[in-house]
Design a binder for this molecule. Structure first.
Ligand code: PLP
Length: 359
């Protein structure tokens, strides 16, 4: 069997040791004689899995005790509505930073529930940079400030988390959660769809400060209320059990590797290899402002030449998959999440060098 280097933006690669462990345990978890997929979510074995998953993510991200970890469904996209349904309830005003396609979707959903103001945007330059955000721009009465820490499509990321003072900071961290060390206490709420850095699609992780739970109106549907998940330990109804199990294996893998400090070191090294080559290359270019570059999603273009289709086709033939850029940006994009080994990045650069020499 030949595994390829998959540069997909999501769902994306999973660490090979995680897949192998899941394969080994697939038919019978422990000595249960059942697959995790067949276990009752109320069974002792699954209780152990979800409890360990929570303990591991708490340990790896150093999540303070006054935060809850919720395992939900609906993807980051459902959080675009859940966040305002639960938090946009006091002044009904929220401040958003618009840094790309996902921010825009979050903004348009929040507008259905209250008064949304965009306090900073990089739309003027096609989202190729991260705008400055300082505390003076923030409405002190806002229920929250929302940012997208890593812009999956545009390839930008906040290098510094804005200080929002007493106004809770909400972050869509779908494409860079667990990729580097962050100070969770700077945030009121963090959410992430699992399919980039956590595990298989179907699971959504929410990390929420306790005082922000329980503010939703009485008419808020149970399944859209954080309190429901918090009160039940994410077991109000059947959770995505297999995805939670896989996420647990991924958290274990990160922990065994040396935690987020080591994960970040590896991720920075991988990104550096690719950016250094793009900088030195006469064929390829980065469309993203240097200070705003993501270490997870790296778009690159071939200016003034019509070579994208050829590049993508030949790369695929060499075992380098899913390098096509998002349709809104064009060109190419290499998503190099946690599970992408450094060898994959080195092979990509070697392929790019060869392609450049031929053109
Ligand atoms: C992928 C992605 C989303 C959408 O996630 P779903 O789980 O498909 O809803 C939202 N925000 C960001 C930053 C993403 O990368």
């Amino acid at each position: 069997m030949n595994r390829v280097y998959n540069f997909s933006a999501g769902p994306s690669m999973l660490p090979l040791p995680v897949l192998e462990k899941a394969q080994k345990e697939l038919l019978s978890y422990g000595d249960s004689g059942m697959s995790v997929m067949e276990l009752s979510h109320r069974s002792a074995l699954f209780t152990e899995i979800i409890t360990e998953a929570e303990q591991l993510i708490r340990q790896v991200m150093e999540i303070p005790d006054n935060y809850k970890v919720l395992f939900m469904q609906g993807g980051a996209s459902q959080q675009f509505s859940m966040v305002p349904m639960n938090l946009l309830v006091k002044s009904k005003k929220a401040d958003f930073v618009n840094t790309g396609s996902w921010s825009k979707k979050a903004i348009s959903e929040a507008k259905k529930f209250g008064d949304v103001r965009v306090i900073a945007s990089s739309e003027d330059e096609n989202f190729t940079y991260i705008p400055k955000v300082d505390q003076g721009m923030i409405n002190p009465e806002a229920d929250y400030v929302h940012i997208t820490t890593n812009n999956t499509i545009e390839g930008t990321a906040f290098s510094e988390i804005p200080d929002t003072g007493d106004v809770p900071l909400v972050a869509d961290m779908s494409s860079n959660i667990l990729s580097e060390q962050i100070d969770v206490s700077k945030f009121g709420l963090i959410y992430a769809g699992a399919q980039k850095n956590i595990g298989p699609a179907g699971l959504t992780v929410v990390i929420i400060r306790e005082d922000l739970i329980g503010q939703a109106s009485e008419t808020c549907p149970a399944m859209l209320n954080y309190k429901t998940f918090s009160d039940s330990g994410s077991l109000y109804n059947t959770p995505p059990t297999f995805s939670i199990y896989m996420a647990k294996l991924v958290f274990e893998w990160i922990n065994d590797l040396g935690g987020l400090k080591e994960m970040e070191r590896i991720n920075r090294e991988k990104a550096q290899i690719l950016y250094d080559y793009i900088e030195a290359s006469d064929l390829f270019d980065s469309p993203v402002n240097k200070e705003s570059r993501s270490i997870m999603n790296i778009p690159f273009i071939i200016p003034n030449r019509d070579l994208d289709a050829e590049f993508i086709k030949e790369a695929k033939a060499s075992g380098l998959e899913t390098l096509k850029g998002h349709r809104s940006v064009g060109g190419m994009r290499a998503s190099i999440y946690n599970a992408m080994p450094i060898e994959g990045v080195k092979e990509l650069v070697a392929f790019m060098k060869e392609f450049e020499s031929k053109h």
